[in-house]
Design a protein around this ligand. Structure first.
Ligand code: NAD
Length: 249
């Protein structure tokens, strides 16, 4: 269909084979975008970019490192001349309870999920503002909305709730320049973050809480990201879209 024809898009944390980022990158490439996959490991990022076909780029970038974020975006703007879409997908979780959260746990989870979203956004905003267009899509979580669950600890819920606040604040500030910022709140999606972490009984319990009765697929989230990245959502900014099979009904 070509919803992102001639667009240049960055997806962070998109090297994970079953992950939401890779599925999103594939959906974008299938719709005509040129993609940069940013992840911790250069080889994995390059391999994931190569899987998308010719002309896509894989780069090592730790989103917690502001200088690395700026350097990656600078390199992409040199190559492409512009960036149209940023998906802040890189994230980590730790299934801890409130009294188990040590300072280093708090720092690690908050850094990747929230600080990384800020730093990558700061890196692309000047060029998006100058070109008077852009779409930023941030991955939050149902954990932000309902206070955790089996996978994320309270620090994960807090970081992902921070992502929702950051999304709205950026959306408000950037709207006059036609730069849209939205977030996605996935529910229980089958990826490496969730794989093998549940007993049979826990899995049943999670599915019982989902009216649609199934775990989400990475492609379910990718479809939503495609909508928010493309002109189909041209008048949407500051929103959060639930992709959770009805978990919050
Ligand atoms: P995943 O673990 O499969 O992939 C995460 C990717 O982020 C990995 O490739 C990892 O290398 C990368 N990454 C981690 N730290 C990084 C850093 N500092 N810099 C750059 N890259 C880094 O995870 P996923 O399930 O695909 O989740 C993607 C996003 O969606 C995350 O933000 C996650 O919190 C969110 N989410 C997932 C679910 C789910 O059920 N899978 C639900 C709600 C929200």
């Amino acid at each position: 269909m070509g919803l992102l024809k001639d667009k240049f898009a960055i997806v962070t944390g998109a090297a994970s084979a079953r992950g939401l980022g890779k599925a999103t990158a594939k959906a974008f490439a299938d719709h005509g975008a040129t993609i940069a996959i940013l992840d911790l490991d250069a080889g994995a990022a390059e391999a994931a970019a190569a899987d998308l076909g010719h002309g896509h780029i894989g780069l090592a970038c730790n989103v917690v490192d502001k200088t690395a974020c700026e350097a990656a975006v600078e390199r992409l703007i040199e190559a492409w001349g512009r960036v149209d879409v940023l998906v802040n997908n890189a994230g980590i979780t730790q299934p801890l309870k409130i009294m188990e959260i040590a300072p280093e746990n708090y720092d690690a989870v908050t850094d990747v999920n929230l600080r990384g979203t800020l730093y990558m956004s700061q890196a692309v905003i000047p060029s998006m503002r100058a070109q008077k267009s852009g779409a930023i899509v941030n991955l939050s979580s149902v954990s932000a909305q309902r206070g955790g669950g089996i996978f994320g600890g309270p620090h994960y819920s807090a970081a992902k709730a921070g992502v929702l606040g950051l999304t709205k604040a950026m959306a408000r500030e950037l709207a006059p320049d036609n730069v849209r910022v939205n977030s996605i709140c996935p529910g229980f999606i089958a990826t490496d973050i969730t794989a093998g972490k549940l007993s049979e009984a826990q899995h049943r319990m999670v599915l019982d809480g989902i009216p649609m009765g199934r775990a989400g697929e990475a492609s379910d989230v990718a479809g939503c990201a495609l909508f928010l990245a493309s002109d189909l959502s041209a008048y949407c900014t500051g929103t959060e879209v639930d992709v959770n099979g009805g978990s919050l009904i």
